[in-house]
Ligand binder design. Structure first.
Ligand SMILES: CC(C)(COP(=O)(O)OP(=O)(O)OC[C@H]1O[C@@H](n2cnc3c(N)ncnc32)[C@H](O)[C@@H]1OP(=O)(O)O)[C@@H](O)C(=O)NCCC(=O)NCCS
Length: 150
């Protein structure tokens, strides 16, 4: 069910947001440990920024960026590791607001591009990113390297 979202603002996440951030990551289908999330939400380092969208004092979305140096480009790219809007608050522009804030933040971090991976099954997210100017200029490969592997 969709509910009307009051005025939304985007700000940097703080320690008190950790439970809300963990709950939102749950809506993405993940169950990260709170202490892992806290470490990145509360880091003062230059490579990570966690943003939250807030409406009427409630966290309704999050975006996390990590800055990655590309040796080939003499430049940083920022990677959007998570973007999620609380289910009842979707389709009202909160995602667009968070993505625009993430792009500004990427620029502030000195990155020249913002990139992300999204599961093949997240069709709605694909439409969302494409409408906001994101393209697929490359393939993304992944292989697990488990700690007990060869
Ligand atoms: C993808 C996601 C972040 C988008 O957030 P959102 O807040 O729903 O995004 P927006 O409201 O800006 O835009 C989404 C839709 O609402 C519509 N919309 C935007 N502003 C609107 C408004 N003011 N009123 C009504 N509809 C609006 C858009 O046309 C868009 O349509 P679509 O569903 O066909 O794509 C959100 O759907 C989500 O969290 N999905 C689950 C997690 C996920 O897939 N995350 C991405 C993983 S990489």
């Amino acid at each position: 069910m969709t509910e009307e979202v009051p005025a939304v603002s985007v700000r940097r996440a703080r320690a008190t947001d950790v439970p809300a951030v963990v709950a939102l990551l749950g809506q993405l289908g993940y169950a990260p440990e709170a202490r892992w999330v806290r470490a990145w939400v509360c880091t003062g380092g230059p490579d990570d920024r966690c943003l939250v969208a807030e409406a009427a004092g409630r966290v309704v979305g999050l975006a996390h960026l990590h800055r990655v140096p590309f040796l080939t480009e003499s430049a940083y790219r920022a990677r959007l590791t998570a973007l999620v809007v609380d289910e009842p608050a979707r389709s009202q522009g909160v995602g667009a607001l968070l993505l625009a804030a993430a792009e500004r933040t990427a620029r502030d971090m000195g990155a020249t591009a913002l990139e992300l991976s999204t599961s093949n099954r997240r069709r709605r997210a694909h439409r969302f990113y494409e409408r906001h100017g994101y393209a697929q200029p490359s393939r993304h490969y992944r292989k697990a390297v488990p700690p007990d592997g060869p």
